[in-house]
Design a protein. Structure first.
Length: 174
């Protein structure tokens, strides 16, 4: 399995803030791809246009954070012979005053990925930097959720690079 043993910790307070502050946008987003039982509506994918968000950063008042979703189908050859849908998020940052791309605050990116992946946040993956400056700063971070042909989360296929499973930390006992 290509997943790393490491996890990427999502701060539960940051996640709670995103879910509270942007609850309307998140619930509209979830309504588009989850049915009432929480199963992915696979048959909607061909015509589904994932939303794009531009929001203020949780950690830097001068940054806007952009969240862009995309979908792709991965065909698995025999003996499994199935389709896996990769739901991918790219999270970038833009400095409002300097009008330039900026390093993505990881706390923002992790909280937004967990909020968008919703009930499957801890079955989604941090796939790492997608755009890195010459100085080594991550300008875009990537996240993926893999959905089986049955509409449920699954492991990434063997053909992908190392991934880190997301884990929400600091959960309060219920």
């Amino acid at each position: 399995m290509p997943t790393a043993n490491e996890i990427k910790a999502v701060d539960s307070d940051a996640l709670a803030f995103v879910l509270t502050r942007y609850r309307r946008e998140i619930s509209q987003f979830h309504a588009e791809f989850l049915d009432e039982t929480g199963i992915m509506q696979i048959n909607n994918f061909p015509e589904w246009i994932p939303p794009r968000f531009i929001v203020k950063s949780l950690v830097d008042k001068y940054l806007n954070v952009s969240i862009i979703g995309s979908l792709s189908v991965i065909e698995i050859q025999p003996p499994d012979s199935c389709q896996i849908i990769e739901f991918h998020l790219s999270v970038g940052a833009h400095h409002r005053l300097l009008n330039s791309q900026s390093r993505v605050p990881e706390m923002d990116a992790l909280a937004w990925a967990a909020a968008i992946f919703g009930p499957w946040a801890e079955e989604s993956y941090f796939v790492g930097p997608e755009v890195v400056t010459a100085a080594g700063l991550s300008q875009v971070l990537g996240f993926s959720l893999y959905i089986s042909d049955k509409g449920l989360p699954c492991h990434p296929p063997q053909l992908v690079a190392l991934h880190r499973l997301l884990q929400i930390v600091g959960k309060k006992a219920t």
